[in-house]
Design a protein around this ligand. Structure first.
Ligand SMILES: [Mn+2]
Length: 403
């Protein structure tokens, strides 16, 4: 009997295992071993192991999806039960933080709820065009505790660690309201009544889209679609990052169908940088250096660069990604000096990592930070920027060595 051709190393459609045979009309490796009577049990065992492994994986994935569905359902129940909610996110909010906060705000208001977004730091200037952006308030330690005390529920978005919520975290902890975390970062802290984390999601906005599907009998508004679109657009690096898959595109297609305009939103978000920021990037790029056999790039933003260009701390947005466009570079760090003028002893150096291969999250955790495998951040205190670079290079070197 002849079997269909299977090229070397490909799955054979007849036996379902990788085969070493090639050419039309020949028996594949698996079946010919049976024919010749050589070690069939070993092959059967391997095949069985592969089958069992894939089944276990399937069950685990199904369980994960079920658990996620249940926690989304709980999130929605908390939202329906509450009359007065507060929405918080991480410090130095990005597009996902702001986009998802505004989307949840608009959704809650559409359900007749009272909602307040409390931010630790102001939204980046390129995001204040978004619907309801004027409704966000800045946290004021002396004046906002009552707001937190009166809230039935606090939704914590795009962050799962108290350390990354800033001063707002103190108010959250003191409040008696229910706490809900909706996030896509790994290992959330056990600080909430409901934790809804999907690390496979590209953005918190993606999880919110699914949350809103639970309760909405009517279509989401164009404004909510725009907020979710910006959140996904920015957290996927314009649909380039590794987790961007068919599910993300399906959700985005839904958002476009609801009225989100991709070209317009891209233009509002990205094509509005300041001349100061452009000049700051020029100075930073001139410091770029390669280490670890050309696999790791580092770039510095010295305090004097800010003074020279008149740029502010938000003007470094996007600098770190540019390093990955250098041929052969697998990961990079942007090291930003941020001297606290009032307390020169407490000089803060911010580290922002991006990677194509190694887990920079693990590196960032060494510096009191965290994030994703391929995008993470941390801080170093009381060192000069050049010392900080040496420290980071040493730590990253160890990770490359153990890869
Ligand atoms: Mn995010």
């Amino acid at each position: 009997m002849n079997y269909p051709a299977a090229s070397s190393g490909e799955l054979n459609p007849q036996c379902g295992i990788k085969t070493a045979c090639s050419g039309a009309g020949k028996r594949c490796g698996f079946l010919s071993i049976f024919a010749r009577g050589k070690r069939p049990m070993a092959i059967v065992k391997t095949k069985l192991k592969i089958y069992l492994f894939s089944k276990i994986l399937e069950i685990l994935t199904k369980r994960k999806i079920m658990k996620l569905k249940q926690s989304l359902q709980k999130c929605h129940e908390v939202l329906l039960e509450s009359e007065n909610i507060i929405i918080c996110t991480h410090e130095k909010p990005d597009g996902d933080a702001i986009g998802s906060s505004l989307a949840l705000y608009l959704y809650a208001v559409s359900l007749g709820k009272k909602a307040t977004i409390v931010l630790n730091n102001p939204a980046p200037p390129n995001l204040v065009f978004m619907p309801a952006a004027d409704k966000m308030i800045l946290y004021d330690q002396s004046g906002n505790q009552q707001l937190f005390d009166e809230a039935d529920a606090i939704f914590i978005l795009d962050v799962g660690a108290l350390a990354r919520i800033g001063d707002v975290g103190l108010a959250i902890v003191k409040s008696g309201g229910k706490k809900v975390i909706i996030d896509h970062h790994e290992e959330p802290e056990d600080i909430a009544d409901v934790i809804c984390v999907d690390t496979a999601a590209t953005a918190t906005g993606e999880i919110l889209y699914r949350l809103f599907q639970i309760g909405s009998n009517t279509a989401l508004s164009k404004e909510i679609a725009e907020c979710l679109y910006v959140s996904i657009l920015m957290d996927t690096g314009s649909f380039r990052f590794d987790r961007t898959g068919s599910e993300t595109h399906r959700i985005v297609a839904g958002l476009i169908g609801l009225g989100a305009n991709p070209a317009l939103l891209y233009d509002r978000v990205y094509n509005n940088r300041s001349l100061n920021s452009m000049r700051l990037e020029g100075l930073a790029r001139a410091t770029a250096e390669l280490d670890l056999d050309g696999k790791f790039c580092s770039m510095l933003v010295r305090q004097e660069f800010f003074e020279e260009t008149g740029a502010n701390k938000y003007d470094t947005e996007g600098f770190v990604e540019s390093m990955l466009s250098i041929k052969g570079v697998e990961a990079g760090v942007l090291i930003t000096q941020n001297i606290n003028i009032d307390n020169i002893e407490n000089e803060e150096i911010r580290l922002s990592f991006r990677s194509k291969t190694i887990s920079v999250r693990k590196v960032a955790m060494r510096f009191g930070g965290g994030g994703h495998k391929l995008a993470a951040g941390g801080k170093i205190y009381n060192r000069t920027i050049d010392e900080a670079k040496e420290i980071v290079l040493k730590a990253v070197g160890e990770f490359f060595a153990n890869k």
